[in-house]
Design a protein around this ligand. Structure first.
Ligand code: MN
Length: 203
């Protein structure tokens, strides 16, 4: 069964003005779709054709860079759509306690996410993850992912220019500020923490 381009969990205009409908429609309908299509083309007729996306990613890591890039980017974008929300929300009490323990406060965490995201060179992703019980900020370059690694991803923000160029041109700090202030889905992060296992790309 081929991998599907999952639907956005909100209307395409729902994240404006932080992320416009135009950006979201291109990002989802063109970029994410292309990663899915290329993943499907690469696994068709192989023994990975019936595997789940996480298995494809793990299998391709270090052995098939093209398939790894496209499958990891397919997963990363699904995770990113869920990391955003039209309605500002708050971490669960469990997540809030872990944030306070690791960073001091939610404000301090968002400040550090902004700094890491701004400082990340070129394309990639900035993540909040649980590493062995302690929260940390992680960065991955290009299409790399945490999906198949021994950490629990809680949230991610896309740092590729295609995520913000139509709205902010080169002003990544402004995109990150808008997302961090208004659009980060702390309920999704809380669900990931409570489940304790890595989110799965829907079949
Ligand atoms: Mn992207």
């Amino acid at each position: 069964m081929a991998f599907q381009l999952i639907s956005l969990p909100y209307d395409s205009e729902a994240l404006a003005p932080a992320i416009s409908a135009e950006t979201l429609s291109f990002h989802h309908g063109k970029h994410h779709k292309a990663y899915i299509d290329k993943t499907n083309a690469a696994v068709e007729g192989t023994d990975l054709a019936t595997a789940d996306l996480e298995t494809v990613i793990a299998s391709a890591r270090g052995s098939n860079q093209g398939l790894f890039n496209n499958s990891a980017q397919s997963w990363n974008h699904g995770f990113y759509w869920h990391s955003l929300t039209p309605q500002r929300n708050a971490p669960s009490s469990d997540l809030a306690a872990k944030i306070d323990a690791a960073f001091g406060s939610l404000d301090a965490l968002t400040q550090q996410l902004a700094e890491r995201g701004v400082g990340h060179f070129s394309n990639g992703w900035v993540w909040l993850a649980d590493k062995g019980g302690t929260l940390s900020i992680e960065e991955t370059h290009d299409g790399d992912t945490l999906a198949d690694l021994d950490v629990l991803p809680l949230l991610t923000i896309d740092l590729w220019e295609h995520a913000y160029y139509l709205d902010y041109q080169n002003r990544r700090p402004d995109y990150l500020k808008a997302v961090l202030d208004e659009r980060l889905n702390w309920e999704f992060a809380s669900e990931n923490l409570a489940r304790g296992t890595t989110w799965k790309y829907p079949a």
